[in-house]
Design a protein around this ligand. Structure first.
Ligand code: FMN
Length: 194
C-alpha cells in the first residue's frame, strides 16, 4: 500500500478511553477545532461547535448522559452502572457537534467535522475518541437546559462529540477484522490485499 505522513496518521489513529487531566494548549486546541471547521459542509452554518474545557461542566454532562443512557436498556444500564464509570473517560476537552436541522444531512456534516478533528488531533500528539455518549444528555427532560448552557442555537441538534486530551492508556492493538469482507471491486480494480 502506498503511504505518506497523512496516511500514517489516519492508519495509526485509535480511540483512547483513559485521559490525563492535563489541558490541551490553546494553539493546539485551536488547530484541532479549525480542522473541524475546515471539513466539507452543506452551508457554513450547518454545524455548531461547543467546546467544553470546564471540568465541572464535563462531569455534569457525563452524569446527565449516564442517567439518560441507562434508560435505554439493559446493555447501557449494565455498562453505565459500573462503579466509577465515566463515558467521557476523564478527557479534559469535550467538543459537542450540533447540526442545523434545516440541513437534511446535518448528521453527515457533523461526522465530517468530527473525523477531521480526530485526524488533526492524532497528527498533533493529542488522543481522542468519537463519542455519542455525551449526547445522551440531550435525550431527556434536561435537553433544553443543556442546549442553553452550551449555547447551541435554536434549530440545531446535538449529533456527536469528540473527546480530546493526552492518553493515559497503552496504545490499543489494531484489529485486522476491520479490513475484511467490507469491499466490493468492480471493473479494473484489484481485490483487497488483506
Ligand atoms: C458514530 C460513532 C459513535 C461512537 N460513540 C462512542 C461512544 O459513545 N463511546 C466510545 O467509547 N466510543 C465511541 N465510538 C468509537 C468507536 O467505538 C470506535 O471508533 C471503534 O470501536 C473503532 O475503534 P478505533 O476508533 O480505535 O479505530 C463511536 C464511533 C462512532 C463512529
Amino acid at each position: 500500500m502506498t503511504s505518506n505522513e497523512t496516511i500514517n496518521v489516519i492508519m495509526s489513529r485509535r480511540s483512547v478511553r483513559a485521559y490525563k487531566p492535563d489541558p490541551i494548549p490553546k494553539d493546539i486546541l485551536t488547530a484541532i477545532l479549525e480542522s473541524g471547521q475546515a471539513a466539507p459542509y452543506v452551508s457554513p452554518d450547518s454545524r455548531y461547535f461547543s467546546v467544553i474545557q470546564d471540568r465541572g461542566m464535563i462531569s455534569r454532562l457525563s452524569e446527565a448522559a449516564k442517567a439518560e443512557g441507562m434508560k435505554l436498556g439493559d446493555f447501557q444500564r449494565e455498562m453505565f452502572s459500573a462503579p466509577g464509570f465515566d463515558g467521557t473517560y476523564g478527557a479534559p476537552v469535550v467538543i459537542v457537534l450540533s447540526g442545523n436541522e434545516s440541513t437534511i444531512q446535518h448528521e453527515a456534516v457533523c461526522a465530517a467535522s468530527i473525523q477531521n478533528m480526530l485526524i488533526a488531533a492524532k497528527s498533533l500528539g493529542v488522543a481522542s475518541c468519537w463519542a455519542y455518549f455525551p449526547i445522551f444528555a440531550f435525550h431527556g427532560a434536561e435537553a433544553e437546559a443543556w442546549q442553553k448552557e452550551l449555547q447551541i442555537p435554536d434549530g440545531y441538534k446535538p449529533c456527536a462529540a469528540v473527546l480530546l486530551g493526552y492518553s493515559a492508556e497503552a496504545p490499543s492493538v489494531e484489529s485486522a477484522a476491520r479490513y475484511r469482507n467490507t469491499v466490493a471491486y468492480f471493473g479494473a480494480g484489484e481485490t483487497a490485499a488483506r
